[in-house]
Design a protein. Structure first.
Lengths: 306, 300
């Protein structure tokens, strides 16, 4: 009701702004909200010739089928292992790097390190995965040559399921840790310099000032980013995992999104409704995670994203 | 007192040394693989496959690059990626500004409702299957529009741009222009855009990196070989090892033994070739990139 009123006001006074908004609003309705409506097929047996509206309702059949399938436990487990491991290992490193960069007095050196560690962010996923595979190749890769130096036995690391999440995590840190420091450096630049001066007069050395001035200064940023990452625990990037998969490591590399793609689009007989149900379930869990982490953090840290 | 000061400088010295070593570790850890790939791509095939390359190119030569540039698939992939990136980014920037400008205006009363409409899509979305069915239903499969339209705007970038407008373009400026009979559209074109080079650069950068590196959408929406962007082509060569026989056939017989080596060398050269555009623009845009993250951080 209030929306109608303010819209009427804007039609009278801000006509041109509304005209500017026509295209973006059309776009968001068609390409973002229409697929949300399309999620109805998760509760139906979608038949292309009947369309979304006229396909028969089947209730929670597809959700039940997914939860009862043998893949359910596996994809959830793999998704959680990979994402929790990357979160735990990947979260502190940009903070340490940013603190170290911020404490450096040598400006050209700081610039050089920043310039270098941001660069891998620009590498495409396809190229990144190729680099991983090249490096870990037991016959021609750096890993193989290095191990042979010590006359040790080489292994096909990419084919060993238990190493999959570690390879994913370490390469992810290599590619993104540098880039992730930017936001912490911005927060560190906002720390009041008089706090540092006061602490120095009180006899705090540089390390103590990191502990008692810098870290408290960036805690809100840390908490915000942590909330966002936990909210995305079940949303690990499809592309990198998909490209790293091979038949040997499949048992630990099949995650929700790759499984969804495999049953939903890749097969000759795509199960649209079943895959849509998996996606729907995933989205709901994501929202629930985000909301609950945000609420918990509001209580504990007095920081929240809304 | 003097004693205390001595101690603290000593511990500071220790700290700065440790700090330097830590950053050195990060620096070497990131740059070594990059240098290795670059060196390997300029080395002799056998030197690469037998592990003689550690830091600098061994027996400098360009055979890997010759093989890469002899492949017409790669040229076509390059062409497609450039077209996709250029027009895709144009569409992105246009739509982003169209949405961000009205939503940055204080006097726009329905602002918060429209903002909610956009932000909600960041938290919840239809996901892969419904989006695919929509693109299919709109007959966009196997056209470049399938890569442009579903990704025509990123709400996150739109919010960054909106924040920028709020902070840079004062309300008074518009009121002054309004006195002179200037409407919003004219104001946006003649005053706001010329003042917004920085944010347009940030958007161009973020979006073009996205388009250039786009893989998944191209994989599901583009089956037509002639429309395949570079990422799909190099995936075929690097990860599925389906390179053309023609790519290596013009190599003479004595090199045949080194075919395996050449295949490996070619991969390194291809990694470099695929990354050249990004490597070339990176030094120039690094500043803007940092700025983009900072502007985004204002809002938190």
């Amino acid at each position: 009701m209030r929306f109608v009123k303010s819209l009427q006001y804007d039609i009278r006074n801000n006509k041109q702004l509304l005209i500017l908004l026509i295209l973006p609003v059309l776009w968001v309705l068609i390409f973002k909200y229409q697929p949300m409506y399309g999620l109805l097929i998760a509760f139906k047996d979608f038949k292309a010739h009947l369309g979304i509206l006229h396909s028969p309702w089947v209730g929670l059949k597809h959700f039940k089928a997914f939860i009862n399938s043998y893949m359910f436990a596996r994809v959830i487990k793999n998704t959680l292992i990979i994402s929790i491991q990357s979160l735990i290992c990947g979260f502190p490193i940009p903070i340490l790097l940013a603190l170290a960069l911020n404490a450096t007095k040598n400006k050209p050196w700081k610039k050089l390190v920043q310039f270098t560690i941001y660069a891998p962010y620009f590498i495409s996923t396809v190229v990144m995965v190729s680099i991983i595979i090249q490096f870990l190749s037991p016959s021609v890769g750096a890993y193989g040559h290095f191990v042979k130096l010590f006359n040790l036995e080489t292994k096909v690391l990419m084919g060993i399921p238990k190493y999959f999440s570690t390879i994913y995590t370490v390469s992810g840190i290599w590619q993104y840790a540098g880039y992730s420091t930017i936001i912490y450096l911005a927060a560190l630049a906002g720390v009041d310099p008089t706090l540092h001066e006061v602490a120095t007069i009180d006899g705090a050395n540089r390390f103590k000032r990191i502990l008692h001035v810098d870290i408290p200064g960036i805690t809100p940023t840390m908490v915000t980013l942590l909330i966002l990452s936990v909210g995305q625990l079940l949303q690990i990037g499809f592309e990198k995992i998909f490209l790293m998969q091979n038949p040997l490591n499949m048992i630990s590399s099949e995650i929700i999104s790759t499984y969804l793609y495999r049953v939903g689009l890749k097969t000759g007989l795509p199960k649209f409704s079943y895959a849509a149900a998996i996606g729907f379930l995933n989205s709901i869990v994501n929202v629930a995670l985000l909301v609950s982490v945000n609420m918990a953090s509001k209580k504990v840290f007095k920081t929240s994203i809304w | 007192m003097k004693n205390v000061k001595m101690r603290s400088t000593l511990s500071d010295k220790f700290f700065y040394t440790f700090n330097f070593l830590f950053l050195l570790l990060a620096f070497v850890g990131v740059i070594y693989p990059l240098i290795f790939i670059l060196s390997a791509s300029f080395s002799e095939p056998t030197a690469v496959s037998s592990g003689k390359v550690w830091l600098f190119p061994v027996k400098f030569n360009l055979r890997g690059y010759e093989a890469v540039f002899n492949d017409s698939k790669i040229w076509r992939g390059y062409y497609n990626s450039i077209v996709n990136t250029f027009f895709g980014t144009l569409i992105n920037i246009a739509l982003t500004i169209l949405a961000a400008y009205p939503l940055s205006k204080k006097s726009f009363r329905s602002k918060k409702y429209f903002m909610f409409l956009f932000i909600f899509t960041m938290i919840f979305n239809g996901g892969l299957i419904p989006t695919y069915l929509l693109v299919n239903q709109l007959n966009l499969i196997n056209t470049r529009w399938a890569l442009w339209l579903p990704n025509a705007m990123s709400v996150y970038n739109m919010i960054i741009t909106c924040t920028f407008f709020k902070h840079t373009i004062g309300e008074e400026l518009f009121e002054a222009a309004q006195m002179d009979g200037c409407g919003d559209i004219y104001f946006l074109m003649k005053i706001v855009l010329p003042l917004s080079h920085a944010i347009i650069a940030v958007n161009a950068l973020l979006y073009s990196v996205g388009h250039w590196n786009m893989f998944f959408d191209a994989m599901i929406y583009i089956q037509d070989v002639t429309l395949r962007p570079l990422q799909i082509v190099i995936r075929g060569i690097l990860l599925q090892s389906q390179f053309d026989a023609s790519m290596t056939s013009n190599v003479n017989v004595e090199a045949l033994a080194a075919q395996e080596g050449l295949a490996e060398l070619l991969k390194y050269s291809l990694i470099i070739v695929a990354s050249i555009p990004m490597l070339l623009i990176y030094p120039f845009v690094q500043k803007h990139f940092v700025k983009g993250v900072m502007v985004g951080a204002i809002k938190g």
